[in-house]
Write a protein that binds this ligand. Structure first.
Ligand SMILES: Cc1ncc(COP(=O)(O)O)c(C=O)c1O
Length: 426
């Protein structure tokens, strides 16, 4: 990534310009292993930083509440069309400001307050927006849970899922996760949903890029009704959300109404333009290679952990992320691991694991993944080396000289694999 030119900011607001340059250097100089992060292209950033931020466009293309929509309509229609092509569906709402608003707007579109929704337990890999008690949304809808049957293989307890669904009669069954590394059996979800008269909704925020790149299964192919997603993470777009409907126009209409005017105000047209650009990039044939490489790289890292007897929740990975029990395996807490690895230039996050005896602010696990380093061009051997360095660092966490050597090696890797500005040249 070349130094971003910020001629006006540097002149008019040096504090913010300095902080942005600092972040640029941090990103360039270290390895980003947080599985929900990535590096977007310069084209995405240009769209995101464009004059479209000036425009109010409440409503949808050709049905807006303000004048002057010639170009915003073009932008939003292109974004919608590309999204539908990418995910093989009929309807897309590209207005949600992020993943959480997309989820909440969808719950209100498909349910009445007090209705029941069946989702994955947070401790087993689900997301806060799937009804964790700390969220406001958990006070409005009745969230019930399913879990993994076997933490060592990651297998979902589909018998429990069916049993709870039959007993609780949810309106929505939610598949999806933010800390789970195995593929879901989407057909089973759909057949249980049909059996109890629920809608099948998938929150694919983490693996949307893998689905778009055809590297994992698409829940729509199994008959899911709705897919929720973020547009950042593996999809490598700007920070944002999106709601996709397979083919049911009534559902799509309810979702549109719920996003605006139900939940949000004016759409962020600059972000929608950046989403359109990112979707265009994801439609490029080379994106498939990128998505496939993310998984190969995560598997290469998982192999190293396995060889060195580090326990992984789910026993390995089918996607872009790994959840490792560093406390149980190495006696290093998640928080300690996060801090020590930060010192050597590896950024990841501490994470609770299923059945964790520890607390969220200092859990047993770490969660890491390969979307960002794959964007940098890392291949399996590079990723295996990163995994070795991570574990070596945790084993030598109190040795300053050792950590200095690792930091230098990480710096070298970063220099050899600079962050690209453009991904695919046609
Ligand atoms: C599965 C899932 N859903 C929703 C979200 C929320 O997305 P955002 O942080 O963009 O609101 C996340 C974010 O981590 C996620 O992993």
């Amino acid at each position: 990534m070349s130094h971003q030119l910020l001629p006006f900011l540097e002149k008019n607001d040096t504090d913010i310009a300095k902080a942005i340059h600092g972040e640029e250097e941090r990103e360039e100089d270290g390895l980003e292993l947080i599985p929900s992060e990535n590096y977007v292209s310069r084209a995405v950033r240009e769209a995101n930083g464009s004059v479209l931020t000036n425009k109010y466009s409440e409503g949808y293309p050709h049905k807006r509440y303000y004048g002057g929509q010639t170009f915003t309509d073009i932008v939003e229609e292109i974004a919608m069309e590309r999204a539908c092509k990418l995910f093989n569906c009929k309807f897309a709402n590209v207005q949600p400001h992020s993943g959480a608003p997309a989820n909440i707007a969808t719950y209100f579109a498909l349910m009445q307050p007090g209705d029941t929704i069946l989702g994955m337990d947070l401790a087993h890999g689900g997301h806060l927006t799937h009804g964790h008690p700390v969220t406001y949304i958990s006070k409005i809808f009745n969230f019930v849970r399913y879990h993994m049957k076997n933490i060592e293989t990651g297998e979902i307890d589909y018998d429990e899922l069916r049993e709870v669904a039959k007993r609780e009669k949810p309106k929505v069954i939610l598949a999806g996760f933010s800390a789970y590394s195995r593929e879901l059996d989407y057909e089973k979800f759909v057949s249980i949903a049909r059996e109890v008269g629920a809608l099948a909704v998938a929150d694919m925020a983490h693996i949307a890029g893998l689905i778009a790149g055809r590297a994992v299964k698409n829940p729509f192919d199994a008959g899911f009704d709705v897919i929720l997603t973020t547009t950042h993470k593996t999809l490598r777009g700007p920070r944002g959300g999106m709601i996709l409907t397979r083919d049911n126009e009534e559902i799509a209409k309810k979702i549109n109404k719920s996003v605006f005017p139900g939940f949000q105000g004016g759409p962020h047209m600059h972000t929608i333009a950046a989403k359109a650009v990112a979707f265009g990039e994801a439609l490029h044939p080379e994106f498939k290679k990128y998505a496939t490489q993310i998984i190969k790289n995560a598997r290469a890292m998982a192999e190293v952990l396995k060889k060195r007897n580090v326990r992984m929740i789910g026993g390995g990975t089918d996607n872009h992320l790994i959840l490792a029990d560093v406390f149980g395996s190495m006696g290093v807490t998640g928080k300690e691991a996060q801090t020590v690895l930060d010192e050597v230039g590896i950024t990841l996050n501490m994470n609770m694991i299923a059945g964790d005896p520890r607390k969220p602010m200092d859990p047993s696990g770490i969660r890491f993944g390969t979307p960002a380093i794959t964007t940098r061009g890392f291949m399996e051997t590079d990723c295996a080396r990163v995994a070795e360095l991570m574990l070596d660092t945790l084993e030598h966490k109190d040795e300053t000289e050792f950590k200095k050597r690792v930091r230098e090696e990480i710096r070298d890797m970063c220099r050899t694999h600079p962050i690209p500005e453009e991904f695919f040249k046609s």
